[in-house]
Design a protein around this ligand. Sequence first.
Ligand code: ATP
Length: 217
Amino acid sequence: MGQFAVIGLGRFGSAASLELMRLGHSVIGVDINPKIINQMADQLTLAAIADATDEHALKDLNITACDAVLVAIGESLEASILCVLQLKSMNIKEIWVKATSRPHHTILSRIGVSRIIHPEEEMGMKVAQSLNYPMVNQYMAIGYNLYVVEITITDKCQGIAIEELLKETEHSIKPLLVQRNKDIFTPVKLDFVLESGDSLVLAGTLNILKTIAPRLA
Ligand code: ATP
């Protein structure tokens, strides 16, 4: 079980903190608005009314013991940056911050935080990708333009071997695993015969992965 703090319990921060709780972690939620804290109080490990730009208020909350802190203050650039500076001066290593604008992103990257999140843009891209490739359930960027994608095998690919699906791309796309109901097949060989409903997880560059999309549906 991990211990996290979420600062700013708007739509983004409250959704993140409730999901962390659901995943079995301990969550300290912080917001300057007493109404929000009252609403969240019985759903989090600890919910505290505090101004996150105030060093003393943060120290009182024992935030230094957390594995990571998510700063989800949106509208006020000043409050977000001041809060991050306080966390850095408290020597907190893992700081994830929601950014709402380009200048916000630039300042955060200059200060140096573990991860800058752009929820609207990231979700917009995911939705567009899902509309474009409905058979792709999940994808994750792992850097250097490489992606891991999970694909649901449709009737069109029933009974074909992975090597046929990956024809002419075998050197650039790696099959990582196949999930069939409760069974996981890994490592998975190129002669593995796919069935409709299988989940196939592949790794490769986005450009090459796109070339096999027409074979999938
Ligand atoms: P969302 O889209 O997640 O709803 P948002 O981007 O509109 O949020 P805000 O509503 O401005 O952003 O901020 C998110 C939360 O952060 C709010 O609940 C707000 O009360 C809280 N907040 C703002 N400033 C501070 C601060 N200095 N200390 C603690 N919490 C703060």
